[in-house]
Design a protein around this ligand. Structure first.
Ligand SMILES: C[C@@]1(CC(=O)O)C2=NC(=C\c3[nH]c(c(CCC(=O)O)c3CC(=O)O)Cc3[nH]c(c(CC(=O)O)c3CCC(=O)O)/C=C3\N/C(=C\2)[C@@H](CCC(=O)O)[C@]3(C)CC(=O)O)/[C@H]1CCC(=O)O
Ligand SMILES: NC(=O)c1ccc[n+]([C@@H]2O[C@H](COP(=O)([O-])OP(=O)(O)OC[C@H]3O[C@@H](n4cnc5c(N)ncnc54)[C@H](O)[C@@H]3O)[C@@H](O)[C@H]2O)c1
Length: 234
């Protein structure tokens, strides 16, 4: 890789649904980690301190039984990730090395050299998620950039409607169970055709147009039935 190429992190959409994730601490930072894990539908365990300093929203979530608050030993559990958000640097460092010993990926809040992954500023609009990272250079700037992107949702463009419309069209198209006329056992030509069709269709209308109206099931079917041709452009 040449020096001129940019360097950053590997930004992924980590699938932790139903996987066991551990949050240590119960303050503001722990709450933000928990909220991200709730959205990702993880199985969450929170270890709180013994001084009773638990964020009220964490208590509320627990009452809703969205996650289970139990005391757990890291050693006895197969955790997908560990998020440590406590105000005890010595203990955090020990937790980091214990996680490394056990091969668990972990994030020690605000200690970049003790993080296998960073949290970024997140926009969570149902299926549309946007993460901003400055790779540790300026978390506050990450937040400001996120806030400025988020204004798009307030200014009359609900991008999530575009996500839903195109998600539904893609799902309907795949339901058609198309087969290749030349070789019915070969799926590849159909996949190629389907991908190229959905790419062209997505590009035919602007993001604003895709966001302007939630399509009805019947309208989705009408659009998909044009395949391999296209509906008229607006
Ligand atoms: C984005 C966000 C996500 C989240 O935590 O959910 C996040 N920090 C947020 C806020 C924030 N954190 C800090 C401030 C004070 C102002 C400032 O410093 O700017 C503010 C601003 C505020 O509170 O408004 C202090 C701070 N943070 C780190 C250090 C250590 C260092 O720099 O060495 C210090 C200095 C501590 C000290 O001085 O001792 C380190 C990390 N913080 C990260 C993430 C990772 C890098 C992500 C990236 O670069 O994009 C990384 C590397 C590791 C991690 O923690 O995962 C969240 C915004 C949430 C939102 O969008 O609302
Ligand atoms: N990203 C940010 O905005 C930000 C701001 C300030 C601090 N921080 C960093 O993140 C850490 C947590 O921040 P916070 O604002 O949530 O702090 P906080 O003081 O609100 O919460 C700390 C939590 O850790 C718990 N705790 C302490 N020792 C524990 C132990 N041995 N076992 C289990 N739990 C224990 C406490 O009970 C408390 O719930 C800070 O220490 C700091 O390193 C981050």
């Amino acid at each position: 890789m040449s020096e001129s190429q940019s360097k950053g992190s590997l930004l992924l959409a980590w699938q932790v649904k139903d996987k066991h994730c551990l949050v240590i601490g119960a303050g503001d930072v722990a709450l933000s980690r928990i909220n991200h894990l709730v959205i990702a539908q993880a199985k969450i365990t929170v270890i709180t301190g013994q001084n009773g300093n638990i964020h009220p929203d964490i208590i509320k979530l627990n009452e809703q039984e969205i996650y289970s608050k139990i005391q757990a030993q890291i050693n006895n559990e197969n955790f997908e990730i560990v998020c440590c958000c406590i105000d005890d640097y010595t203990l955090s460092t020990a937790i980091y090395y214990q996680c490394k010993y056990l091969g668990i990926n972990c994030n020690i809040a605000d200690k970049p050299h003790l993080c296998d992954f960073y949290f970024g500023s997140m926009i969570n609009e149902k299926n549309l998620q946007i993460m901003i990272s400055t790779n540790g250079q300026s978390p506050r700037l990450s937040k400001l950039i996120k806030d400025s992107i988020q204004k798009q949702f307030i200014n009359g463009v609900d991008l999530n409607i575009a996500v839903e419309n195109l998600g539904a069209i893609r799902a309907k198209l795949r339901e058609l169970k198309l087969v290749d006329k030349i070789d019915p056992n070969d799926n590849l030509p159909i996949i190629e055709k389907r991908m190229s069709w959905i790419k062209t269709l997505t590009d035919m209308y602007t993001i604003k147009q895709w966001s302007s109206k939630r399509l009805l099931q019947q309208e989705i079917e009408t659009i998909v039935n044009y395949f391999p041709d296209f509906p008229p452009s607006i």
